[in-house]
Write a protein that binds this ligand. Structure first.
Ligand code: AMP
Length: 426
């Protein structure tokens, strides 16, 4: 039997009802904050990810699905393409390509879609997973660097998680400073690691050379006491970065959004500057981050674009759904009525009635005139309908329909003109 590839999965109803409910809520919350959707391709030039996410990161060095596209002409070289492992790079590429900086204002863009990473599949970690993300990016003249944008994004996330019904979340906050701070901090880490790195795991030994910040991501238990003694990023922030972070924190305090400062959270992508954050959830186990994000003030320039500071996040939708399910949240999709044609020739009048009801927004399933009454009732119960509406010759002639509430067992005759109101009562 052919099966979905390891690390990918099918999403089926009724779970997809919850996915759609979450996405509808998210779209409506994002609209209130004046975000608009952007749709970028699911594959891009490999160099886009190498130059933004970073060549030495796990994502780019180990986890991308990459292939050589056939050259179209003998004179052309084959192009290296990759499935997107994340979407900020694509959004910033599009921002530059379409000259969105020339609009002068801040761009508030969001996306919902699949991302691909060749990771070892486990609970909450897939090779095709879904992210809901948003970016605020713009020219310095639009104050895109302002800590007020960081606070707006974090406040929006708190509201968004509340609106989709998630309760047990926590915000982890950090600042990784600007490029200069990170260079000085990396040097300090390298120096501090030198005498101890031989006691650490193989990944850390490699990272200590290539990208010492990544050592802080290490999850190997034996390495933790060593990591706890390493220098802290906060000691290496310059004055503007320090003030920027203080301003973000004081705005969160003013609106009452709780957070923990987590200085080890440097995030697995190279483009981050200043504010970085994750929202975690207690029911998710080892993969406990529901979402992650941060500021990326130099990203546009590193892709040969204009100066365009920005901040964004990506929610792992698979994990958000898992966390909601762990809290018992269910989709509220419910079928209102099951229209049951009773007897030969009743399919057409039943379809006509169902058409009217559906046009009025009533959720309707329909049976078949070949079904006996018993089979129609079973069908209605299986479909989860609240009411069954019988459409027989008498009903059609009189214009009054037998309607039974399948939960209470209460049965009444309802005139055609009253049906929508009767069935639509929620
Ligand atoms: P990142 O782009 O690594 O910052 O990830 C942002 C969010 O996407 C994480 O907090 C996760 O919720 C989610 N995520 C990342 N990788 C995966 C994966 N392989 N499977 C499922 N969710 C993921």
């Amino acid at each position: 039997m052919l099966k979905a590839v390891r690390g990918t999965r099918d999403l089926l109803p009724p779970e997809t009802d919850l996915w759609n409910q979450v996405e509808a809520t998210v779209r409506s919350v994002l609209a209130r904050y004046n975000f608009h959707e952007i749709r970028t391709p699911i594959f891009e030039d490999t160099s886009l990810f190498a130059r933004s996410v970073g060549e030495d990161t796990d994502i780019v060095s180990k986890e991308m699905f990459t292939w050589e596209d056939r050259a179209r002409a003998a004179s052309e070289n084959a192009q290296s393409l990759s499935l997107r492992p994340e979407n900020t790079a694509g959004v910033v590429r599009a921002y530059i390509e379409h000259g969105l900086d020339k609009k002068g204002a801040l761009q508030k863009l969001y996306y919902i879609g699949p991302q691909f990473r060749r990771e070892r599949p486990q609970k909450g970690r897939y090779r095709q997973f879904y992210q809901i993300g948003a970016e605020i990016i713009g020219p310095p003249s639009a104050n895109s660097e302002s800590p007020a944008r960081d606070a707006e994004v974090l406040e929006m996330l708190a509201t968004l998680l509340d609106k989709v019904g998630l309760r047990g979340w926590g915000l982890q906050l950090n600042s990784v400073g600007c490029a200069d701070d990170r260079t000085r901090y990396s040097q300090a880490l390298r120096k501090a690691l030198q005498p101890v790195v031989h006691q650490m795991c193989e990944d850390c030994r490699r990272r200590a050379e290539t990208n010492p910040l990544r050592v802080l991501d290490c999850k190997v238990p034996e390495d933790q006491p060593i990591i706890a003694k390493l220098p802290r990023i906060s000691e290496y922030l310059d004055e503007p970065c320090r003030q920027h972070f203080a301003a973000v924190r004081s705005m969160l305090d003013a609106i009452g959004i709780p957070y923990n400062i987590n200085e080890r959270m440097v995030r697995g992508l190279d483009y981050y500057t200043r504010t970085t954050f994750e929202f975690t959830h207690g029911d998710l186990g080892a993969q406990n981050a529901v979402l992650g994000g941060g500021r990326y003030d130099g990203l546009s320039e590193s892709l040969d674009g204009p100066k365009a500071p920005g901040i964004g996040f990506a929610i792992g939708e698979d994990r958000l759904i898992m966390a909601l399910q762990a809290e018992g949240v269910k989709a509220v999709q419910k079928l209102d009525a099951y229209v049951a044609p009773l007897g030969a020739g009743m399919n057409a009048p039943a379809l006509k009635l169902a058409r009217e009801l559906r046009r009025h927004g009533i959720r309707v399933e329909i049976g078949d005139e070949d079904f006996r009454l018993k089979k129609s009732f079973e069908g209605a119960v299986r479909a989860g309908a609240k009411y069954i509406v019988i459409v027989g010759e008498n009903e059609v002639a009189s214009g009054h329909f037998t309607v039974k509430n399948l939960t209470t067992g209460y049965q009444v005759q309802v005139a055609r003109a009253e049906l929508v109101a009767h069935l639509g009562r929620r």
